[in-house]
Design a protein around this ligand. Structure first.
Ligand code: GRF
Length: 207
């Protein structure tokens, strides 16, 4: 049994989908914990309503950074977390966590990385930039998280068309729909040992 922790800061629609997935696959994966920096978000509301343990961990300037990191590490350890899925988490993951959970942290990003990734590219900013670029395709990327923001090894990408009449909202909705499908599909492959590392590249093994 794999204990999953989701990190989320926002509306939490991916978190909801991952929870549904975990319930369906309950012999293999357990969504044990939500970590958020935002006590007032959809993800936390959903956790409360669905009896999912959650922890709010915020970095405040009053507290030493090492205490913040310790709190996070300790919480993951206490919950015996094996896999972390970032789902709209808007804070940087401390390097100590990345090192400790090497190759065990996934992120989903609403563009075809490396395009429209990195600093400032979150939420609607991504879709706005895609539309402004005039590109006719965007997509979703699932990647492992490493030290460089939005640059970790890419595991899977799926294209999504950009239509001429799209507003940012239209595009965001189309992309999110795809996210909901593929995050679970990829985590399913992971729990079924279908992801293999060849050097520093993750490869999906054929069944
Ligand atoms: C998604 O678009 C995800 O790709 C990005 O943040 C958004 C989170 O959406 N990292 P939600 O909170 O899961 O609805």
């Amino acid at each position: 049994m794999l204990n999953l922790c989701v990190f989320a800061s926002g509306s939490g629609s991916n978190f909801v989908e991952l929870n549904k997935f975990a319930i369906k696959n309950k012999t293999k994966i357990f969504l044990k914990l939500l970590i958020s920096n935002n006590s007032n978000c959809g993800a936390v509301d959903y956790a409360k309503k669905n009896q999912i343990d959650y922890k709010i961990i915020k970095f405040s300037r009053v507290v030493d950074y090492s205490i913040y990191v310790y709190e996070m590490l300790n919480c993951l350890k206490k919950n015996d977390i094996h896999l972390i899925a970032l789902a709209g988490y808007l804070k940087k993951i401390p390097i100590e966590i990345i090192e400790k959970y090497n190759r065990k942290i996934l992120n989903i990003h609403p563009s075809l990385l490396p395009k429209f990734g990195g600093k400032g590219y979150y939420g609607m900013n991504v879709h706005k930039a895609v539309i402004e670029s005039g590109l006719k395709k965007t997509g979703v990327t699932i990647h492992f998280v490493d030290k460089e923001y939005d640059k970790g090894p890419i595991l899977y990408q799926q294209e999504v068309p950009v239509l001429d009449e799209d507003t940012e909202k239209d595009l965001a909705a189309r992309v999110l729909k795809v996210e909901h499908k593929i995050y679970k599909r990829i985590i399913k492959l992971l729990i079924n040992n279908r992801i293999e590392w060849v050097g520093d590249k993750p490869i999906i093994k054929e069944s």
